[in-house]
Ligand binder design. Structure first.
Ligand code: TRP
Length: 329
């Protein structure tokens, strides 16, 4: 049995990108592995959320985890900030994380460009905190989307560096996991590369069918191909990418064929795409509505999850402190 850790930053409701990039795989891994799934609310602080929204966002993500099929009987489901061992190990690991490697991380450079007035030290050390989330349970597998590949690489570097520095075989080197498929990146509906809240091009798991139809209808298209077998422009390729994850292969083949013969009707493609997205999201949305507001249930899940996570985290922290030379008087 392997140990799995993963989480999603709580910056608002989850969208299709979160679902296909990560959440769907969390659910699939629960039976075969020892899983720790958390809500990364400390990571959410890097963009300075409104304190009034912090808890609401955590609550939304917890509700959506459960609605998507996460099972508190099988997995430890917890809120990152409930586990105080995480910030302590983060401090210790930061002593072995170097300015240069942190500053050249793609996500850091991107965020520094997007929020030039808030290039805080938490952004810089985001990869250390993420590595700690993972190694604190000595995890081997981390189900994540393609955008997290570099962070995983850094996690392995930090784990290996700790082992080498202290001459121990302590932390495993975890790898990104996606059931043997390529890591997934879900594009936005506006022709941009990535579905994201800040991009405003999202379909949320909680969107009702009418909203989904409207959003898909508005997706960027053009007059259609003018020559057979043309290369698709990005914004069309993006629609096919989403179609591939929500529809059956014969549906995808049908529209590929129509594209290649210049007979594609975007109206039909969009109707099909919306219908298939709705098929995926409807059962989740119904469970969101059922769980939403059941504060007693959410409290129970978060409390029991934190207990399980704390047990494993405390053990690691104790051992790490010993390895590093801390001793009790
Ligand atoms: N950085 C991840 C994201 O933005 C969230 C995250 C934080 C995470 N800690 C993690 C993912 C540990 C996997 C494992 O989606």
């Amino acid at each position: 049995m392997e140990t799995v850790v993963s989480g999603i930053r709580s910056t608002g409701q989850l969208h299709l990108g979160n679902y296909f990039g990560a959440l769907r795989n969390f659910i699939k891994m629960q039976d075969e592995n020892q899983c720790y799934f958390f809500i990364a609310d400390l990571h959410a602080l890097t963009t300075h959320p409104d304190p009034k929204m912090l808890h609401t966002n955590v609550k939304d993500v917890l509700t959506e985890y459960l609605a998507a099929g996460m099972d508190p009987e099988k997995s430890a489901i917890y809120i990152q900030s409930d586990i105080h061992e995480i910030p302590e190990l983060y401090l210790l690991m930061n002593m072995h994380a170097y300015m240069g490697e942190l500053a050249k991380t793609t996500s850091f450079k991107e965020k520094a460009r997007k929020q030039p007035n808030n290039v805080n030290a938490g952004l810089l050390t985001y990869p250390t905190l993420m590595a700690v989330d993972i190694i604190i349970h000595k995890a081997n597998k981390v189900p994540v989307g393609k955008d997290q590949e570099q962070h995983l690489e850094m996690t392995r570097t930090f784990a290996r560096r700790f082992n080498n520095f202290y001459g121990v075989e302590y932390f495993p080197e975890p790898t990104a996991y996606n059931f043997g498929e390529n890591l997934i990146k879900i594009p936005g509906l506006d022709g941009s590369g990535k579905m994201g809240k800040s991009e405003g091009n999202c379909i949320y798991l909680s969107d009702d069918p009418k909203t989904i139809e409207k959003k898909v209808k508005k997706a960027l298209t053009d007059q259609g191909p003018t020559a057979p077998n043309s290369v698709k422009p990005d914004y069309i390729e993006n629609l096919f990418t989403i179609l591939k994850v929500v529809s059956t292969p014969d549906v995808v083949d049908y529209y590929e064929e129509k594209w290649n013969t210049c007979e594609i009707r975007y109206g039909d493609l969009k109707k099909q795409l919306a219908a298939d997205i709705i098929k995926v999201t409807t059962p989740i949305r119904e469970r969101i509505l059922a769980i939403q507001g059941d504060d007693a249930y959410l409290h129970k899940v978060a409390t029991e999850g934190a207990e399980k996570a704390r047990e494993s985290a405390a053990k690691t922290l104790k051992e790490v402190r010993e390895i590093m030379g801390f001793k009790a008087f």
